[in-house]
Design a protein around this ligand. Structure first.
Ligand code: SAH
Ligand code: SF4
Length: 410
């Protein structure tokens, strides 16, 4: 079965009448309260004033609210004891602090936690928490689905539904903190060793097709009065949206990862089709100009190892030539299979030989250990359950017309 035939969207609807969440308008929850999550201080100030807070108090209120929301993790205005009861009541009438709702939480044998989260409009996204000895990393989504169609990526088989808001992006971090029980108690300092210490923007979607919301969310994540995560512990991964790369460096200032995956335009065009728009030479130029690039702040080049496609010794040699002069490390990612994927993972000996060439050229080349595979939480395996549910509907529809939908889409 070809993957196109497996796309539920490509099937005619045959008698299964169910609301299609993906196509409902965004403002589906009419009369919904305004979320305060993801608002900058200035935006929150304006929202408070518009809701009747006297202008001269607004700045102080924003400070108090930020502290309750981002340092204590409150989800309810009622607990904000330094605000008058009346004011708390007013806030609760107009605003909400609701996070994305956890629909399911799966915990892998290796401790990886995959959350399926529901956001406004009934859409669903995934976030993945990966605990390690020295850190805990949350992999955050920036879009529902993705407009790009990298041929080895599961998310790429899902159409773009919409961009996430800044509140929905920062909300993923807060949901995970809730789940880990990592909000400090009133009067106690935050613990030194954080369970959630790092963020990678490597979930569903292309973060640089939603740069403004990603920037606003990460500003709150990095703010000392926000979630207080260090700038250098946040990594944004892009497939190569060249015009946005420098802007991300200037406006967000986080670490950069590039989904390189190939060493010739010919191969990269097939793996990462955005390469046709911004080919390797332009991409690497943007990398060379990335702000603050230095040995202390290296770019990570991600390279998925696909058997017989991009994993030869020649590829490894070309790779080190391509990135010459860029402070970098190469992250080799063994391909994570998904149902119907047209690729296979390179053999371990091949991956090791490739890593050795890159290493000898002076670049660190860690091989990323696949995490959470038993729960389909590894890189490129994310695809929301709404989509899977739609697939089962398509399957039912197909069965009623005598077709079989097969298992090619995940
Ligand atoms: N859209 C962004 C970030 C999300 S993808 C980007 O493409 O960079 C995060 C990383 O996982 C990217 O490097 C992506 O190329 C890689 N990836 C996608 N599918 C994969 C798969 N099936 N196996 C291994 N890595 C994959
Ligand atoms: Fe989108 Fe990144 Fe997947 Fe490509 S690899 S389809 S850009 S999520």
């Amino acid at each position: 079965m070809t993957s196109a035939a497996a796309h539920p969207e490509s099937r005619p609807a045959t008698g299964v009448i169910q609301p299609d969440f993906a196509t409902l308008p965004r403002k589906v929850e009419a009369g919904a309260k305004t979320s305060l999550l993801g608002l900058s201080r200035e935006e929150m100030r304006e929202a408070l004033i518009a809701a009747g807070t006297p202008e001269r108090q607004a700045k102080m209120r924003v400070g108090q609210l930020w502290s309750w929301i981002y340092q204590r993790g409150l989800t309810d205005f009622a607990g904000m004891t330094n605000l008058s009861k009346d004011f708390r009541g007013q806030l609760a009438e107009t605003f909400t602090l609701a996070r994305p709702a956890i629909v399911t939480r799966q915990i892998s044998q290796d401790g990886t936690r995959k959350y399926l989260l529901r956001i406004a409009g009934g859409h669903e996204v995934e976030a993945v928490y990966i605990p390690e000895e020295d850190r805990g990393t949350l992999c955050v989504s920036s879009q529902v689905g993705c407009t790009l169609t990298c041929s080895f990526c599961h998310t790429g088989t899902q159409k773009l539904v919409r961009n996430l808001t800044a509140g929905e992006i920062v909300g993923q971090i807060m949901v995970c903190r809730d789940d880990l029980g990592e909000w400090p108690e009133l009067g106690k300092p935050p613990s030194e060793k954080r369970l959630l210490s790092n963020i990678v923007l490597m979930g569903m979607g292309e973060p640089l097709y939603n740069t403004d919301a990603v920037r606003d969310a990460m500003k709150i994540a990095m703010d000392g009065e926000g979630l207080s995560l260090s700038r250098r512990r946040i990594t944004l991964s892009t497939s190569g949206v060249v015009p946005e790369i420098i802007r991300a460096g200037e406006e967000i200032g986080c670490m950069l990862a590039i989904s390189l995956h190939a060493t010739t335009d010919e191969v990269r065009n097939t793996l990462v089709p955005i390469n046709k728009k911004w080919p390797l030479a332009e991409l690497l130029d943007a990398c060379r100009n990335y702000p603050r690039l230095s040995n202390a702040e290296r770019i990570t080049f991600e390279y998925v190892m696909l058997k017989g496609v991009n994993d030869s010794d020649e590829d490894a040699k070309r790779l080190v030539k391509l990135i010459a002069g860029i402070p970098a490390k190469i992250n080799l990612i063994p391909f994570n299979p998904w149902p119907g994927a047209p690729y296979e993972r390179s053999d371990w000996e091949r991956i090791e030989a490739f890593a050795e060439i890159v290493n000898r050229a002076g670049y660190a080349s860690p091989v990323r250990t696949p995490r959470g595979q038993d729960i389909m939480a590894a890189c490129g395996q994310l695809k929301s359950a709404t989509e899977r549910a739609r697939k089962s509907r398509a399957q039912i529809a197909a069965e009623t017309t005598g077709e079989t939908a097969g298992e090619a889409a995940g």
